[in-house]
Design a protein around this ligand. Sequence first.
Ligand SMILES: CC(C)(COP(=O)(O)OP(=O)(O)OC[C@H]1O[C@@H](n2cnc3c(N)ncnc32)[C@H](O)[C@@H]1OP(=O)(O)O)[C@@H](O)C(=O)NCCC(=O)NCCS
Length: 163
Amino acid sequence: MAPRLANPADIPSIMAVERVPGHDAYINLWTAEQHAAALAGPDHAYLIAEDAGGEPAGFAILSDRRDPHGNLCLKRIAMAAPGRGLGAPFLRAVTAWAFRHSPAHRLWLYVVATNERARHVYRAQGFAEEGTLREARLNADGTRTALVLMSLLRAEWDAQAPS
Ligand SMILES: CC(C)(COP(=O)(O)OP(=O)(O)OC[C@H]1O[C@@H](n2cnc3c(N)ncnc32)[C@H](O)[C@@H]1OP(=O)(O)O)[C@@H](O)C(=O)NCCC(=O)NCCS
């Protein structure tokens, strides 16, 4: 799956995927204005997953593209219909895009500790769990959940990437 770069016309479908019921437990939801500003700026890259018919199937946002220490953040990834085998190859493609289109040394992310599916997908692709941020996420109902910090180093990606 080769992701394509998003353009402003993709914002409504990105927002629709963010708002799939249940996703809000695991990802933050942005307004159209927040997306438009991030998409237009130099610090973010938006990638779109397309299904076999060429329709948007999910999105990913990379941030911190100008971090002087080479820490690129996978800020958000979400699929319109999770659990159908599209998200794992999309993550692999996003990771490849990230390391091929930036000098990043380390691709990192936070994942909600109870998000077992996402943690499984990240681990399966070589992301290491670096630690737990206790009670770091404030949920809509006022409860708090831990976040797990994960990362993949360029050398680790190089070692697994097809030549
Ligand atoms: C995380 C996400 C992008 C993954 O995409 P996806 O299309 O669901 O992933 P896939 O269907 O390709 O693969 C899911 C994998 O998780 C496994 N899985 C499913 N439910 C699981 C669970 N409860 N615990 C552990 N593993 C689980 C599946 O078996 C599969 O692994 P396998 O290929 O080794 O068998 C997607 O689920 C999503 O959009 N979730 C909501 C938003 C979100 O959580 N984003 C991540 C924020 S950090």
